[in-house]
Write a new protein. Sequence first.
Length: 117
Amino acid sequence: MQNKRVGRISEEIKKVISGLLITGLKDPRVDQMASITSVVVSNDGSVAKVYVSTLGDEESRNETIKGLNSAKGFIKKEIAKAIDLRIMPELEFISDTSIEDSMKLYEIIDSLNDKDE
């Protein structure tokens, strides 16, 4: 029962933050192409790890994370408006490079297939 609740909270937080990214945060450091890949809320609801994927280099990713961290108070306020929670989780923004990593693996596999032919 608890896991379903945590899963629903995670999805709702993801929707709210994704909506904020679409409507645009005022911070110029936040990449316009940033997207939330997943949100993992701890079982006690005290921490929410928000995984952010961006296009670009390491510096762009770091700037986006810095921008989101500086807007953390605003983001938490918007989450509180949208979701009625007893405990508002502390947000941790983490750069997610899984999409880029999978593209690199695809390129390696593709180059190996070309060599075999």
